[in-house]
Design a protein around this ligand. Sequence first.
Ligand SMILES: Nc1ncnc2c1ncn2[C@@H]1O[C@H](COP(=O)(O)OP(=O)(O)OP(=O)(O)O)[C@@H](O)[C@H]1O
Ligand SMILES: [Mg+2]
Length: 512
Amino acid sequence: MEITTKKITSLRVEHITKRFPGVLASDDISLSIGEGEILALVGENGAGKTTLMNILMGLYQPDEGRIIINGEEVRFRSPNDAFAAGLGMVHQQYMLVPNMTVLENIALGYKQAWSLFKLDLAMVRERIEEISKKYGLHVDPDAFIWQLSVGEQQRVELVKTLCLGARFLILDEPTSALTPQETDELIILLKRMASELSIIFISHKLQEVKDLSDTITILRHGAVVFQGNTTDHSPSDIAALMTGHEVELPLNEEPPCDGEIVLNIKDLKVKSDRGFLALNKLNLSIRSGEIVGLAGVSGNGQRELAEAINGLRKVESGEILFYGEDLANRSPHHVIEAGMGYIPEERNTEGIVPSFSIKENLILKDASHPEFSKHTFLRNKEIDKNATDLRIKFDIRSPNISIAAGSLSGGNIQKVILAREISRKPKFLIAVYPIRGLDLGAAEFIHRQLLEKRKEGIGILLVSEELDEILDLSDRVAVIFKGEIQQVLNRKDANRRSLGILMAGVKDDQNI
Ligand SMILES: Nc1ncnc2c1ncn2[C@@H]1O[C@H](COP(=O)(O)OP(=O)(O)OP(=O)(O)O)[C@@H](O)[C@H]1O
Ligand SMILES: [Mg+2]
């Protein structure tokens, strides 16, 4: 199969403006990117990064401004027009169909394989193989999407985009859900690809921006506030330019915690979606007022543990003792009523109802509580007040509290979930990758909130792959490997090296 798209030697946007009700999402933006260049687009949550890219891809029409490719103005009425011109985008929220295979998902967008009467899957398979080989991106065409880890899904999105003939790649926070190893691999891959493609790369992780990009554009409130060469700026320079102030992540410097054990997990066995044991006799206890960091490479049972505790996954055997009560195989509703707070990994499918308003999402778990309802009627005044307060406190950037949560920017959706779970006054909090997708300032705020909850005596299980986050906040660190806890370390004994060794499955103390 030949690529039918033309090479893109230059792309320019000029004076792009886009308004949504109550928001100026793009404010007279101009930028240009040359052949083989990697441009990093950075800015706070809600600054307008995704919107600008969606305009480039023909998903939104700009109110003003124009797009110029290879010197000629283009008008994309839909993403199909953008694909045809050689643009491809991997979205912030992946857009794969879970109950279809990799092959079928890629075939969906692959026009050349469709004829009037049939779909030529063999042709798509061939194309996948060709692309996989060329870029060293391994994917199994016959695996179902639901069986894949987030990192694998990301690879499928990339292969899909390349199969469609992309000559210009837009990657919207491609690394936010990847493991550190996967991130390193992706960065090497993108650098290699830049010899034939131009890339726009969006990320909140400034070290990556530094490692990967040639130029940086910073957006604030929809407008370009800075453009320059990456080499001239350190990550902390970029952070300061982005937020307008220095950001300092807080540390847990309290003495070891001696509260009572409130969550006690004993010999827990849970199966994964693929049917094998994802947790194999896992034991873990957490005290009140203690933060236990669960460190591990993603896919070692973290997700299944969080789901089992929250009543979202069947427990085969073992106990989940929560203030003395066994929560194993109880309903999610029961677990919520018992006082469990849960910040899930998948924010769009598990954390919010996208079509509900922000204020409704903020009381999702408490809609029938007397605070918010009376004789089956909702108490609108209280609901509004709750949302207004939380919007200010958590800095949720939105024109008002009545718009659909699904129209918020990725990071602001995460803030809605965090605001709800933290403000519900849970007795315990399970926080899975809590700062994923947040800008630096928001991450700092959330870390402070978690430390505050700890001080109030709440136990916290912090699931993260970011060792810095784990080391900054935890009282103790439990390392999970293949569904078992390898070892639990006190904060003073935990460091990048000791954790790295344990995360790789080495148990022997002598090697640490
Ligand atoms: N379809 C839409 N309808 C209404 N408002 C929207 C829509 N899409 C985006 N917005 C608004 O436009 C602004 C910019 O959002 P955008 O998603 O571009 O931000 P972002 O820079 O990508 O942020 P993040 O880092 O959180 O992903 C936000 O205020 C958002 O609420
Ligand atoms: Mg975005």
